[in-house]
Design a protein around this ligand. Sequence first.
Ligand code: NAP
Length: 260
Amino acid sequence: MSKLEGKVALITGAGSGIGRASAIHMAQAGAAVMCSDIDSQSAEGTVALISEAGGRADGMGLDVTSAQEMREAIKRTISNLGDINVLFNNAGVGGGFGWDQTIAVNLTGVFHGLSIGAPLLAERGGGVIINTASIAGMIALMTPPVDEDAETEADPDAEAGIGAYVAAKHGVVGLTKQFAVNYGGQGVRVNAIAPGFIVTPMTAEFRAEQAGEDFLIDLHPMGRLGQPEEIASVATFLASSDASFINGITLPVDGGYTAR
Ligand code: NAP
């Protein structure tokens, strides 16, 4: 039997990168998937890919910085797809957005999913929450120089953005533990995934120059970057009963990045 047969999953940031790959992977594993994204058109693009392959999905706009929108998305998942068993808090922005926006999306957005989703799943008999953290939730972030010939004056906005990214992702790891402890006894498992650098639009700027890409590759002992599908398969695993005794962990999926 497929790992997620009969399950319903709500995924945030499902219009691109890791979220899109996870929506497709979970649908292939038998789940009905609500694909949500701040950009509803990109979410619908993911729905189309799933539907064309014979899977079941629906799409909607969801800005995770709004608790109200998160509540509505969960409600709509239940009314349109019949249930909710898995919530994947995946939406995020990279380091280029400054302190407030990065914290709002990458930390507060995950908190909204947890604080609204966990009690509701518990009330409905249990479920699974997965958060996308990062290697930047475990250690400091090494990013390539975007232009080595440029003036080397520190850019305070960029520094604030990277600091916010690392702070937000460390926060996601902490929230994952806290909600796992609070809700584990009520049948809700809460875990996080910590990807290394993955080939998605989020890392496109870093990868645009060969020197930038080589810098990133060198950080991974496997000598390459990850693909979104390599995160998606782990999300499906954590969502499935194969992971039935896994609760409160942040699982690095990083080609060995955090091993040294
Ligand atoms: P991505 O391709 O840029 O996908 C992120 C998606 O989230 C985009 O569709 C984006 O929409 C959406 N989004 C942005 N703000 C949102 C909001 N307020 N509410 C709902 N959706 C919003 O990036 P990705 O690499 O797949 O990133 C997915 C997650 O993985 C993020 O949490 C990221 O921090 C994490 N991660 C990525 C990497 C990596 O190397 N790629 C490594 C570690 C962790 P727009 O494009 O319209 O903004």
